[in-house]
Design a protein around this ligand. Structure first.
Ligand code: NAD
Length: 347
């Protein structure tokens, strides 16, 4: 089977990482086209990859006959237009989160994909592919913990860029725990409240950091998340499920523990999300490439070109985060408004 020819749109932090991943780690695919708003950047990158071209217009890159599949690593506000172009040209697409930046456009994307009766969109919620999250999910699915009751999460970053505001803590950081909660518990989130404790004195003026998110699922399960993005320390993502027959926790950074001659004892803390979730991104991309190959073999009209979070998962996350931003302003719990999934066939 010939390699999948992939166009990567947006070659910033994530896009450049994904280009290197596809070229060096993933089998069955190669980067055939790169595109970036900064055309010089795309051209310079293309020149380093055999058989790769830079195409200046993202929509031309999607439509190009020598492109089999697309990776969107452009900023969220550009996703809607680029996703609709992928659907128009029936091109499978791995879209970095978010699906789109608001609930209405996310729902429109879900509806347009459903009209094609083909699942073309996968959303980059990579934690589902992390070995630790997969082990936690397997414990729950195998009923080894009994009924899950509570999910405690912590999501800490050492620092964020200057443009990062309080709502982005909900939409860009919490969004991952929203997907994790839906993934682990297998049900929708129905309400959310964001609590703002006293702000970190070291945080930029006006940034509500830390924040505590409290969510409730359809069957009444409790989820709480500490979000703290200016710790000045390291990247920490911890998740604990408390269940009927015990509890289980991941994200403790307990890799190598070293005892030093100076009397020191300890391990390494993870500097950032690319180090913490490198394996997850690799697995996510390999499984996506395999799914696209399978979909192409099955035929374009009825195929499923995904193996992971779908457009619906992107829409559900957008709905929860929109309610979260509303709660950030009011301080009150906010009900999550979503359409009934059964009204959209194949969603
Ligand atoms: N899954 C994760 O863990 C994770 C982590 C970080 C970022 N992300 C997501 O990945 C996406 C990219 O984030 P990033 O951190 O790489 O951002 P970035 O700013 O580093 O890169 C974005 C790139 O897109 C280019 N660009 C902007 N508008 C464009 C357009 N219309 N067409 C083509 N290129 C355009 C920019 O020039 C830039 O090079 C975002 O959706 C973000 O939310 C996901």
């Amino acid at each position: 089977m010939s390699d999948l020819r992939i166009a990567v749109l947006g070659v910033g932090v994530m896009g450049a990482d994904h280009v290197a991943r596809i070229q060096n780690t993933i089998s069955g695919a190669r980067v055939a086209v790169v595109n970036d708003y900064l055309t010089d950047k795309a051209e310079a990158l293309a020149a380093t990859i055999p058989g790769c071209r830079a195409i200046a217009d993202p929509l031309d890159a999607i439509a190009d006959p020598d492109v089999d599949a697309v990776v969107l690593a452009t900023p969220g506000p550009t996703h809607e237009k680029q996703l609709l172009a992928c659907l128009e040209h029936t091109k499978p697409v791995m879209c970095e989160k978010p699906l789109t930046t608001d609930v209405e456009t996310s729902l429109e994307v879900v509806r347009r994909e459903a009209e094609l009766s083909t699942r073309l969109i996968q959303v980059g919620f990579m934690r589902r592919f992390d070995h630790e999250y997969a082990a936690l999910k397997a414990l729950l699915d195998n009923d080894e913990l009994g009924t899950p009751l509570v999910l405690h999460c912590a999501h800490r970053n050492p620092a964020v860029p200057p443009h990062f505001d309080s709502a982005m803590i909900v939409k860009d950081s919490l969004v991952h725990e929203v997907d994790v909660a839906r993934f682990l518990f297998g049900e929708e989130i129905t309400s959310i409240q964001i609590i703002k404790p006293a702000a970190n004195p070291a945080a930029p003026q006006g940034l509500a950091d830390p924040q505590i998110a409290i969510m409730r699922t359809a069957t009444g399960k409790h989820v709480d998340v500490e979000l703290f993005v200016t710790t000045g320390v390291a990247y920490e993502v911890r998740t604990e499920v408390v269940a009927e027959k015990g509890s289980a926790m991941i994200g403790l950074d307990v890799g190598l523990i070293r005892k030093g001659a100076t009397g020191s004892w300890g391990g390494q803390i993870t500097p950032g999300f690319r180090e913490r979730f490198g394996q997850a991104y690799d697995t996510e991309f390999q499984r996506w490439v395999n799914a696209v190959h399978r979909g192409r073999s099955a035929g374009r009209s009825t195929g499923d070109f995904t193996d992971g979070p779908t457009a619906w998962d992107g829409y559900a996350a957008a709905a929860v985060c929109a309610a979260g931003v509303e709660s950030l302003d009011s301080g009150n719990p906010v009900e999550v408004t979503m359409v009934d999934r059964r009204t959209i066939p194949r969603a």
